[in-house]
Write a protein that binds this ligand. Sequence first.
Ligand code: HDE
Length: 722
Amino acid sequence: MAKSKQPKMVAANKTGLAASPSGVNRSEQAAAVLAQEPGDTLTTNQGLRISDNQNSLRAGTRGPTLLEDHILREKIMHFDHERIPERVVHARGAGAHGVFEVYKSMAKVTKAGFLQDPAVKTPVFVRFSTVAGSRGSADTARDVRGFSVRFYTPEGNFDLVGNNIPVFFIQDAIKFPDLIHSVKPEPHNEIPQAASAHDTFWDFISMVPETTHTVMWAMSDRAIPRSFQMMEGFGVHTFRFVDEAGKASFVKFHWKPVLGVHSLVWDEAVKLAGKDADFHRRDLWEAIDKGQYPEWEFGVQIVPEADEHKFDFDLLDATKLIPESLVPVKLIGKLTLNRNTDNYFAETEQIAFHPGHLVPGIDFSNDPLLQGRLFSYTDTQLSRLGSANFHEIPINRPLAPVDNNQRDGHMRQTIVKGRVSYEPNTLGSGCPMQRPWEQGGFVSHPETMEGEKLRIRSPSFADHFSQPGLFWRSQVRWEQDHIVAAFCFELGKVTVPAVRERMVATLSQVDVVLAQRVADGLGMPVPPPPKGAEDVPHTDEPKTDRALSMAESHKESIVGRTIAVLAAHGVDGKAVDAMRVALVNAGATMKLIAPNLGKIKAAGGEQMDVDHSFPTVGSVLFDAVFAPGGEQSVTALCADANAVLFVKEAYKHGKVIAASDEGLKLIARAAMSAGAADGKFLGPGVIAGLGKVVNTSFIKSVLAAVAMHRFPERPDLADIVA
Ligand code: HDE
């Protein structure tokens, strides 16, 4: 019998996280939780060593199983209960650990401890999600993405539970269940999964004009990001910063991705749902695994309290953003994700975010949507995680000491000693004691309140169309084209004509050209705006705002991009190697795709490993395509329908197509098959390298083109058959 080894117990901090690569010292929490590595002896949950895990206990070799088999019963019982209810929204998510560092002290505006010292690395856990789909749905559905960040600060957990879209559909929390019921699969038949393109969603949206702004964003390519690493994050609501002296200012929170903001195109997103439903979570996992840590800069828009009423919109209205042209975003820190989870369920599934998890120096505003969220998040954790003690699950434990008089409850973990569990007390020397603001206690910002008790929407929330118009006007032509196409797709799936009509009438209040183009796509006239539309307040200032367009995003880097190289036997191996070196040095990944797995023999006789065969992948999984030369290879690929489709699709999706030497024939073959004018792909983003040698200037142009991300402005895309 093998010598039995004790299970290795790894000391971890209170969050249950083993020492992080960030070097954050959390050893003082080490005693609280032990993360475990698998040992070498199989046991029951009571530590009993198991001698046979293959056969249940039965009466005779062919007899019935005995109820006595406590080992079988324990194992099956645990298995039966291994699922918890999925989140009612944001069910599908992916998470990772990291650190946050502030650039310089923000003491002038907030006393929040983690925003004071650039030398401090605050541990974080981030969870990205889609909203509507179930846990097993596809990553690339058209949807808002959740962007939740937990800061484990010495003053307690601060959760910034945001989205990748800066505004929200509704103004008042009381409408949230209606909104979500409308977008979720319809209740009678549970169809469709993870999609807003159905009657009930558009029925609701077309009846509730305050949704228009967020709907414009949701119909843009922001709702189909290329990667979690390439999307922005927003706190959405207006919060407050409060300084040591108690002076408050309003603040909006932003996350700006270092890799820029980039998206998929719709046809790609649809195909990806089949080719790789885990496209986004895989991308995040692999980036961290490779040490290419995803980064975002933390930004704030600060508005002095005195300026609260200076805007054409209400700061408390979550359907409005503050245009960056009016209040610039100040970048104040950096978030780096540097460690994948050890266990998806224990960490990503069990983390329980809450917008009410604050630290002194950060406070709420009276946004009625935010106020409603403050009830919902604790409430939902009770049914999801099953106990009032969910804060004791390792991923939810604050680093800050937890000391109060709460005891007992389902699955209580902490054993608090002593007989005192009340306050005030003398038997426990008055402990634990409350702390005033000066000693780090949380004090709600004192705000003067007066008014009648009413169910009413403030008239300052009434302008539902100015900002959707600003968003529309700020998009470049191809972005507008994609928005029109998305509306045509979604409303085209609506079966009730009256819903389509109401929605197009709504769009006519945003922009007449938008409404006309969508109406044309749906084969209907633009209906007149609803009664009273002329009385709705409206402003066309500012005219545009650069920050609203993804076309303006920076495009200097190809980090995180994956480039497909199409090859068969006889490929120009030198070209492949030269490209591989250049891409890897620039932080990208190259994959060799061939008709079959295994190895191919290059023209020079060298063997090359194939990463994927054509039938197992598709161009949608890659950011760009390179077709190297080699007569034999190119001849084989030109005769391979999968290879030709690969190039056509990549072109149709606006991706870089590069070819050297005979590789150009494959591009020509694809262009011919795609019905391109004169049998040519016109570009931009089509890079041809002539001659046998793949030289520096060719490679440079390929890298520069990949950094541009996509070329959706290609004039011939509509004609390409792929
Ligand atoms: Fe949420 N939301 N929400 N939400 N939300 C949840 O809490 C809710 C809203 C957001 O990665 C739930 O733990 C109400 C805005 C994210 O675990 C639930 C209202 C924004 C996540 C809930 C809103 C968000 C959630 C479901 C209207 C952007 C995923 C599971 C008042 C600022 C968190 C859970 C994670 C999750 C309620 C509106 C973002 C039911 C009632 C606005 C990113 O409590």
